[in-house]
Design a protein around this ligand. Sequence first.
Ligand code: GLA
Length: 730
Amino acid sequence: MGIQYFEKQKIFKLDAGNTSYIIGIVDEERFLGHVYYGRRLSDDGIPAESLMRINERPFVPSDNNRDRISFYETFPFEYPTHGIGDYRETCLEILDSSGHSTCRLQYVSHSIFRGKRPLDGLPATFADEADCTTLEIVCSDDLLGLEAVLVYTAFENLDVITRSIRLINNSKAPIYLEKVLSCCTDLDGDNFDIISLHGAWGRERHVQRLPAGLGRSVFSSGRGESSHQCNPFVAVAASDATEDFGEVYGFNFVYSGNFYACCERSQFETNRVVMGINPTGFRWLLEPGQVFTAPEVVMVYSCEGIGGMTRTFHDLYRGHLIRGRYRDKKRPILINNWEGTYFDFDTEKLLSIAREASSLGIEMLVMDDGWFGKRNNDECSLGDWVVNEDKLKGGMKHLVDEVNKLGMGFGVWFEPEMVSPDSDLYRAHPDWCIHVPGRTPALSRNQCVLDMTNPEVVEAVYGMMKKILSEANITYVKWDMNRALSDLGSNWLPAERQGEISHRYMLAVYGMMDRLTTDFPHILLENCSSGGARYDPGILYYSPQIWCSDVTDAVGRLEIQRGTAMVYPLSTMGAHVSDCPNHAVGRVTPFETRGYVALSGTFGYELDVTRIPEEDRKLIPEQIRLYHKYNDLIRRGDYYRLAAYSENNIDDAWAVVSKDKSEVLLTYIQVLQRPNYRSRRLRLKGLDENAVYTDMQTGETYSGSALMYAGLNITELHGDFKGKLIHLKK
Ligand code: GLA
């Protein structure tokens, strides 16, 4: 059993893979305290009381070792609440009907069962009974009549513990929830670094590592989307932890809206990590009898450095989060027309692209923005999901049938959550967009956000989408979301529920994605948000792949894909070969290099294949051959970071090793050539040290130990932006 309760010591011991997580019940107050999180412990001899420091003298002169404030300020609360004297970050803040905000939770009961229950209306990891055990601890604030159920799942063979919380109003009066975070952990230790992922449009998820100083380091989004700027991920690593060694604790929020994560190093130099829905702007009315479920946090512990954490996240998400037919399958190689044509296309142009693409081995045409309403630029028609027959002569079905005749699949772009003021939908229902009455909502990319909290809106938009998807053989959808939320106000929600908009918005979006994937299980859903502004585990529950970034430049992509792959599997990273000079950055890189970088994602093309240079076009069949040859390995294997251009200013390298260690694909990109520079030694990782590996191109053989400990010499490549693939087999 992965979770045990030891009655005598009053502790819960959660064992997940090589990890233990221990919670204690304090006898006197029935508080839950955090005892330990880290490398697996044996069941006996855990000094829970002393680890929770419950009998230490307070820091004020007093004989009372439970002097209240000093106790509350130092006790490692498992789920700290606001108002009682714990001045560090807390997880729960309420407003009761008499205007008070204090809450105090005490242990009531618990249950332990095999398996894992789904979270109501929310994305979450899943597992069979054989794979995990769940603990639910019921706590309550008897004065408020508020019950809190802390939910933990420990995975049997992965170093993963998930957490969420359910709140139930058992009183006779309404309670407003002002802050409900999903997890809190107090880590003891002196030297920690914080690793987080930041960026902007076109520069998503760049890795940042900083020492955890005293005070609060906050990572958050208040944009209504998980955002380009900050990913809902944070890791706390021992300051001497490297890619391969040392302790790392990773936290990832299974949610795509506003989030808040904070690492607080307190006055006593303990480290509290909390994560959950961003409390700013959040207020949820919990009527008597109602239940609120907070989204899940995934916690990964690694004592094998950052790389160990990464591989655990990848295994968890590939096996226990992503769903659907495409999860374990090679995805069709697609060509998307966005960078190829932008809005300037019609049936004939798309068919000429498809004809050329199919002759080269490309498997699907994706028609991006501009096929509906009267949309020839980004100033109109979002919301009017009706085919523009001036552009698509003969309609959607004709186009799709013609593409199918070429042996290719067909996919289409939607931006379901948005409306252009210049649209029939907006003219008919100006109140359907999110806005504050009397204020003109700020536009972004000339568009407003639909009030997805209103079921009529969802019904109308989904109805239009369903019609399009039912009338032709469409097997892929790109679901885009191109602006953040602002001017929060819903015409649908009553005044006392306006603070619920952002979360209800996410629930409605999830509901709609669920409907889409249930009604059309054969459709491959790819999410996108102005590039990669919604790259999070919440989305992966509905969509096995996500467009990483609008920057398709091979060099710009290196750090984006490195940061993304810190948490998310390569199989999820939407990556395409595009034309040069690159539209976003103007850089010219070799076509081969663009291919090497895109091969480590979903792989596809984003160009007008009829208009690229002949010498590039000629390389496409070879790239496609490489995709078919290596994609199983890339999708399923273990990923190792070997070098980062963002750190060394020279080159980038990573490798994927098959689970049985029988083959490895090394991708090497020399970003900048250095004069008079010879070869470069790269140490491989994760191989079988006793095996002999053969370089499949040169026929040379190496021992696994030589490859890992001495390294492989990569000879100089002449010129900037050059790359190579090295395939080694046992
Ligand atoms: C966003 C996406 C692009 C493209 C455009 C279309 O920017 O990230 O890939 O679909 O929208 O407007």
